[in-house]
Design a protein around this ligand. Sequence first.
Ligand SMILES: Cc1cc2nc3c(=O)[nH]c(=O)nc-3n(C[C@H](O)[C@H](O)[C@H](O)COP(=O)(O)O)c2cc1C
Length: 277
Amino acid sequence: MGSAGCILKQLPHLTMMGNMKTIVRFMICLFLPIFVTVFSACFGSNRSSENEGNIETMTGGILSRIGESQVTYILPTPKTDGIVSVETALANRRSQRNFQNRAISAEQLSQILWAAYGITLPSAVPQLRGGLRTAPSAGALFPLEVFAIVGNVEGIAPGVYRYIPDGHKIVRVVDRDVRNELMEAALGQRMVGAAPASVFYSAVFGRATGRYGERGVRYVYIELGHSAQNVYLQAEALGLGTVAIGAFIDSRVSQILGLPANETPLYIMPIGYYYND
Ligand SMILES: Cc1cc2nc3c(=O)[nH]c(=O)nc-3n(C[C@H](O)[C@H](O)[C@H](O)COP(=O)(O)O)c2cc1C
């Protein structure tokens, strides 16, 4: 019975009989719908999410984690303006290797990944896998794959995540903190183990060589430079530091990250707050 109908039905009894039982029933009819409404407003989204099967946490609709078997985080929306000019970022950019033991935020990681390969002009053309990006790409083939190596990022569980530009999200591919293993694979370069997170690049060379032949190999390396410089500049603008690391044992890195056979590891870029030397 609807609350209005329920209340109306009770009113004549209330005035005519005025007994306690009727008053109590009247009060229940009046306040129960209000209680249910307030309760579902507070907890309703979580409950319906559980019913949908896979949304686990949601912090203010900003960073959301989906799924258990394939954990996915929808990242905070990146900003397209800031307080540091591109000239200042260029002037101050330096490779940083001495990282503080301090977390970075999900917003900072989101911004860095967006700078690396985020979508700036959405498109439904399948080849673009979401649209044109922050970095140029020969024939718009986008041969790079970008990962987040997460160790100490607020709100994101440690692990290795593949960045999916379409939808600006990360999908977990390894569910443990691999920073120390990766440091060893990078010939013991301490910053890989010390930084709270790293951006990692691999490339699917076939995407470029399929159209451009041998020249596609050249294009992949050029494109890595474009994207990695974006990471340097974005880190600088956020008050963070990074360093492009090319010295590592390819096979060991591929093994730690579980890379598919058609992906070649290219760069590790630790990200974090740093000490000025
Ligand atoms: C292709 C490439 C590979 C690099 N590999 C490493 C590396 O393995 N370890 C490292 O500490 N720095 C590495 N660097 C960073 C350079 O050492 C650094 O850019 C150089 O010393 C100039 O310093 P700056 O970046 O502060 O201007 C690499 C840079 C490039 C472009």
